[in-house]
Every structure is written in structure tokens, then in C-alpha cells.
Design a protein around this ligand. Structure first.
Ligand code: HEC
Ligand code: HEC
Ligand code: HEC
Ligand code: HEC
Ligand code: HEC
Length: 446
């Protein structure tokens, strides 16, 4: 009797073992074929990276959704991670610069709020969200498509417990959209630009090799990282994309291509990533803008009771239209000032540089952007007012002017869900705060 039981026991054990091994073998084979498929794609890309036809390489490199596949099993955990904070451990300088750039902010409140609103109001939200993510967070897109989101991370749970109401709202929104924040997916991250199939691609700045250090299996060097075409994926619409009056809303690459900078071989990277800087300086950075423009205030003249001068701004060093998008506005101002710093309001004259369009993007108010070497002029010719002692000329920059108007309008909608309101108020504050004084001059009249 006992022997019979033992036999049965062994039979059951052997059968279970058989099933387990079959299961494990299929799982291994699956990972193995997936791994082989990914390796093949990687090797092809690696080969193309050396090709003279950089456009061919980049067209494949920038196919989205980006699927990184599975990391090589024998790499240390740190090198398997795609999160910018792991890159930071070894590339501190690049991380510190990137973190302050717009790239790291491409999934801030303004964008996330819009994505959530779409989900709440449309059945077809997914493809819409995907289209935004293909530029704003190309790795996160992968999660939306493949539904691999595994729920809240420790960090997110902690925010829900202890965070501010804005941070909580962001976590709830991202969770509803199934976009994880922990993995380096949530922006135009380092990995979005540098990592394919877990292998690093870079411009090949040789100083590392001299130090004799090797990590993440080395990297694939390619000239593509110094060419303007590298940026085309997200900074140039295709001809059938949205535009107004025959002008595409995103046309930076073409503007550059038609300028003297393209002829001279001065690429986007020459200006925006000098010496491998990952700061992506832009209209947000006062000194960066000042270096690329020339400002001139004409000598002040007084004649028959009037005061006259001209403030001019020339695009002397921007490699495309100044500014390139509908988003920023640059405002030239001249006014008369009393002693003690009081501006006489009715004496203010303004000129706005930018492409101003209605909020539904269907109507153009004006387009005064400056092509390379064009000049904008604010001509001042105004009665000299009583008590006026100075002429004040100043230039302000509103990097997010269009979106400031946009969020103000959205916030006026009745019955806006509370969470959306919290997020858009945050976005509006960020946009309003980005305004700054670029330049000013005070000239005595008498
Ligand atoms: C929008 C795409 C983009 C993002 C995002 C980005 N890079 Fe780069 N990176 C580039 C380009 C383009 C270059 C080439 C710059 C050049 O040579 O002018 C480069 C250069 C580099 C280099 C070589 C330069 C050097 O000095 O060694 C390293 C390392 C690097 N990036 C790391 C990072 C890290 C780390 C992050 C995130 C913190 C990051 N990058 C984010 C596009 C990007
Ligand atoms: C994967 C998409 C992607 C690629 C590739 C990319 N960018 Fe961007 N870039 C963005 C997004 C999205 C923003 C806007 C972030 C925000 O403000 O929310 C941005 C913002 C910028 C800004 C700041 C814009 C501003 O309004 O102040 C600059 C400058 C810039 N990119 C330059 C470059 C250059 C140069 C390259 C090529 C080396 C490049 N980008 C490649 C997606 C990309
Ligand atoms: C082809 C790439 C691309 C696509 C697609 C795209 N964007 Fe952008 N977006 C950009 C770039 C580049 C900027 C920065 C330039 C600017 O300020 O206009 C930007 C800026 C923004 C900003 C203002 C900056 C901020 O962070 O508040 C918002 C909001 C935004 N995009 C939302 C969206 C939404 C929503 C979608 C999807 C319907 C979308 N974008 C699709 C490239 C893209
Ligand atoms: C453990 C340290 C370490 C980590 C973590 C790390 N790197 Fe590197 N990285 C290096 C070293 C060392 C090199 C030089 C490798 C060589 O010369 O073969 C390098 C080279 C590179 C290059 C090529 C630079 C060039 O001149 O073209 C890029 C791009 C890069 N890493 C990106 C990244 C990104 C993106 C991450 C995060 C997802 C990351 N690295 C994480 C150590 C690291
Ligand atoms: C000769 C230098 C130079 C070159 C080349 C150049 N840029 Fe710029 N870029 C600037 C300066 C300066 C600014 C700040 C003033 C402004 O916003 O126009 C700027 C601003 C931007 C902005 C901020 C948004 C806006 O509305 O102006 C983006 C995005 C951008 N550049 C992308 C690119 C891309 C993509 C390329 C390549 C196709 C490129 N730039 C080539 C100098 C350059």
C-alpha cells in the first residue's frame, strides 16, 4: 500500500517536472528568438551607422514606437537601466545640463493635462496621445501601445501619500494614461536619443577612450549626431501636416535648410549642443538669445514738440526664423518716463515679433518673424509729454505666449474636471513665469 502511494507520488512529481521544463524551455526559446530578432535589428542599425547615407540610418533610428527589446542579461543593473538618473552616475555633466533643458520638461503639466482631457472626452484618445508622445516622450509611447504598464511604482505611491496636490494630480493623470514615470520614459530622455536595443549610439567624442573606461558594451559611433537631420523627427512637420496660409506649424529644419547656415555647414548641433553640451539652450535663455541678435536704439531727436527714435532688432545669428514657432513672442517697447521711474502709459508704443494665430490654429493675426539677417523696427514719433524726462526702450520675451493664452481660455470652460483644473493652473503658472526682460536702455531727453 505504502509502496503504491510512493509510486503514484513519483509519477505526479515526474509529470509536473516535465511540464515545468517544457514551460521553461518554451519561455527560454521565446526570449531567445526575441533576443535574436532584436540582435539582428541592432546589427543592421550598427552597420547603417557607418554608412555615408546618414538619412537612411536616421529614418530607421527614429521609427516610433521605439522598442528597446530586452537588455543583455550579463550587464550590471545600472547599465541596463534606461532612466536618465542612471546615466547621471557616469555622465554627470550631460545630465545636469539636460535636466535644466526643455527636453526634460517635455511632459510637464501643459502636455499631460491635454492628454488626460483627451482621454476623458474622446473614445479615440489613444492614437491621439500616441501621436503627441512620438515627440514628447518617445519611449513612453511604447508602454501605451503594448499595455505593459505595471501600475504605480514606489515613488508614485509615495507622491500620492505625501506629495503636493499638483504632483498628486500628475501621478493620477499619468496612471490613467498608463505612462510610468520611473523609467526614464517621461520626456525626451537620454535613452530616447541615444539608446536603441539597449546599445548606446553617440557622436564619438574620444576623451573617454583615452581614460580606458568601457561601459554598456561600448557604443556605436556615428556622424548622424552632428547633422541637422537628426532633429527632423520632432522639429519639422511633413508637407501634409498642419499649417496655416501655406506655412507649416513646425518648419525649423526647412527654415535652416534655406538659410546660409546650411550652406556653411553650421548645423542645429553647432548652435544647440556645442562641445557636446546637452543644455539645448533656446529662447528661454537670455544670454543665448542676446548673442544671436543685434539691438540698436537710434539717437533721440526732438523737433516741433515731438520726440523720435527707432529701436531695431536684427536676427544676426539665429539659424532659422526668429522665433521659429507660433509659441514665443518678443516684444519691443518704447515709452516716455517721468523722473522717479514712472512710465507715462499712453506714451507706450509696441512692436511684437512672432507668428500670432488664433487658439484653434485657424486664423493668422500676424506673422512678423525674422528670417536670418532680417530686421524689425519700432519707429517712435510721439508728442513730447509734460513732465517726461527720459525715453525708456526695453525688450521682453514671452517664451510660451501662445500657450499662456491657450491655458487661460481652457480654464474658463465651465465644469472642467477638478484634476484637469489643478494641472492647467500649474501649466499656466509655469508659462507666465517664463517671461523675462531681455534688454533695456534709459536715455535722458534733456
Ligand atoms: C534630443 C536628443 C538628445 C537628448 C535628449 C540627449 N542627447 Fe546626448 N547628444 C545628442 C546629440 C545630438 C549629441 C552630439 C552633440 C555634438 O557633438 O554636438 C549628443 C552628445 C552626447 C554625448 C557625447 C558628448 C560628450 O561630451 O561626451 C554624451 C555622453 C551624451 N550626449 C549623453 C547624454 C545624456 C546622459 C543625456 C541625458 C541626460 C543626453 N545625452 C540627452 C542628443 C541628445
Ligand atoms: C524625440 C523628439 C525630439 C528630438 C529628436 C529633438 N527634439 Fe528638441 N524638443 C522636443 C520637444 C517635445 C520639445 C519641447 C519641450 C517642451 O517645451 O515641452 C523640444 C524642445 C527643444 C528646444 C527648446 C524649445 C523651446 O521652446 O525653448 C530646442 C532648442 C530643441 N528642442 C532643439 C533640438 C535639437 C537641436 C535637436 C537635434 C539635435 C532636437 N531638438 C531633437 C523633441 C525633440
Ligand atoms: C512633431 C513633433 C511634435 C508633436 C507630434 C507634438 N509636439 Fe508638442 N511640441 C513640440 C515641440 C518641438 C515643442 C516646443 C516648441 C514650442 O514651444 O512650440 C512643443 C511644445 C508643446 C507644448 C508647449 C510646451 C509645454 O511643455 O507646455 C505643448 C503643451 C505641446 N507641445 C502639446 C502637444 C500635444 C498635446 C500634442 C499632441 C496633439 C503635441 N504637442 C504633439 C513637438 C511636437
Ligand atoms: C557605469 C557608467 C555608465 C553608465 C551608467 C552609462 N554610461 Fe554611457 N558611457 C560610459 C563610458 C565609460 C563611456 C565610454 C565608452 C567607450 O568609450 O567605449 C560611455 C559612452 C557613452 C556614449 C558615447 C559618447 C560619445 O562620445 O559618443 C553615450 C552616447 C552614452 N554613453 C550614453 C549613455 C546613456 C544615455 C546612459 C543611460 C541610459 C549611459 N550612457 C549610462 C559610462 C556609462
Ligand atoms: C546659427 C545658430 C542656430 C542654428 C544653426 C539653429 N538654431 Fe535653433 N535657435 C538658435 C537661437 C539663437 C535660438 C533662440 C532664439 C529663437 O528662439 O529663435 C534658437 C531657438 C530654437 C528653438 C526654440 C523655439 C522657437 O520658437 O524659437 C528651437 C526649437 C530650435 N532653435 C531648434 C533648432 C533646430 C531643430 C535647428 C536645426 C534645424 C536649429 N535650431 C538650428 C540658434 C540656432
Amino acid at each position: 500500500m505504502i509502496r503504491e502511494e510512493k509510486k503514484l507520488y513519483w509519477l505526479i512529481v515526474s509529470i509536473s517536472m516535465l511540464f515545468i521544463s517544457i514551460f521553461l524551455l518554451t519561455a527560454c526559446a521565446k526570449t531567445n528568438t526575441e533576443y535574436k530578432k532584436v540582435s539582428k535589428k541592432y546589427l543592421y542599425l550598427k552597420k547603417l551607422a557607418k554608412d555615408k547615407n546618414i538619412h537612411k540610418f536616421l529614418d530607421i533610428y527614429w521609427e516610433t514606437p521605439i522598442n528597446e527589446g530586452i537588455p543583455p542579461y550579463n550587464w550590471p543593473k545600472l547599465q541596463k537601466s534606461l532612466s536618465p538618473s542612471s546615466c547621471m552616475v557616469c555622465h554627470y555633466k550631460q545630465y545636469a545640463e539636460w535636466k535644466k533643458s526643455r527636453m526634460a520638461h517635455s511632459m510637464d503639466a501643459g502636455v499631460v493635462g491635454q492628454l488626460l482631457l483627451k482621454k476623458m472626452t474622446s473614445k479615440h484618445w489613444k492614437s491621439w496621445v500616441m501621436s503627441c508622445l512620438s515627440c514628447h516622450s518617445p519611449l513612453a509611447e511604447y508602454y501605451v501601445k503594448h499595455d505593459k504598464y505595471k501600475g504605480l511604482s514606489k515613488k508614485e505611491k509615495n507622491i500620492l501619500r505625501n506629495g503636493t496636490k499638483e504632483k498628486k494630480a500628475m501621478v493620477i493623470a499619468l496612471n490613467a494614461l498608463k505612462i510610468p514615470i520611473g523609467k526614464g520614459d517621461l520626456s525626451v530622455s537620454c535613452a530616447a536619443c541615444h539608446v536603441r536595443y539597449y546599445h548606446r549610439f553617440g557622436p564619438n567624442i574620444k576623451k573617454y577612450l583615452k581614460q580606458g573606461k568601457i561601459a554598456h558594451g561600448g557604443f556605436v559611433p556615428t556622424k548622424a549626431f552632428t547633422k541637422s537631420y537628426f532633429c527632423i523627427k520632432c522639429h519639422q512637420f511633413s508637407p501634409d501636416d498642419r499649417g496655416l496660409k501655406g506655412k507649416l506649424f513646425e518648419n525649423t529644419y526647412n527654415e535652416w535648410k534655406n538659410s546660409i547656415y546650411a550652406t556653411k555647414g553650421i548645423s542645429c548641433e553647432t548652435c544647440h549642443t556645442p562641445q557636446g553640451s546637452m543644455a539645448f539652450k533656446s529662447i528661454y535663455n537670455k544670454n543665448f538669445v542676446l548673442k544671436a541678435i543685434t539691438i540698436h536704439l537710434k539717437k533721440i531727436k526732438i523737433y516741433s514738440g515731438k520726440v523720435s527714435t527707432t529701436l531695431s532688432l536684427t536676427n544676426s545669428g539665429v539659424g532659422h526664423d526668429f522665433p521659429t514657432y507660433t509659441t514665443p513672442k518678443v516684444i519691443l517697447n518704447i515709452a516716455q518716463e517721468k523722473s522717479g521711474g514712472n512710465i507715462i502709459n499712453k506714451s507706450i508704443k509696441r512692436y511684437i515679433i512672432g507668428w500670432s494665430v488664433s487658439l484653434n490654429l485657424r486664423k493668422q493675426h500676424f506673422d512678423t518673424r525674422l528670417k536670418p539677417f532680417q530686421t524689425a523696427k519700432l519707429i517712435y514719433d510721439y508728442p513730447l509729454l509734460k513732465g517726461s524726462k527720459y525715453i525708456k526702450a526695453w525688450i521682453t520675451v514671452k517664451p510660451e505666449s501662445h500657450y499662456t493664452r491657450f491655458f487661460e481660455a481652457l480654464l474658463k470652460i465651465k465644469y472642467l474636471p477638478k484634476i484637469i483644473k489643478i494641472i492647467f493652473l500649474r501649466a499656466l503658472k509655469e508659462d507666465v513665469d517664463s517671461k523675462y526682460l531681455l534688454w533695456k536702455r534709459l536715455e535722458r531727453i534733456y
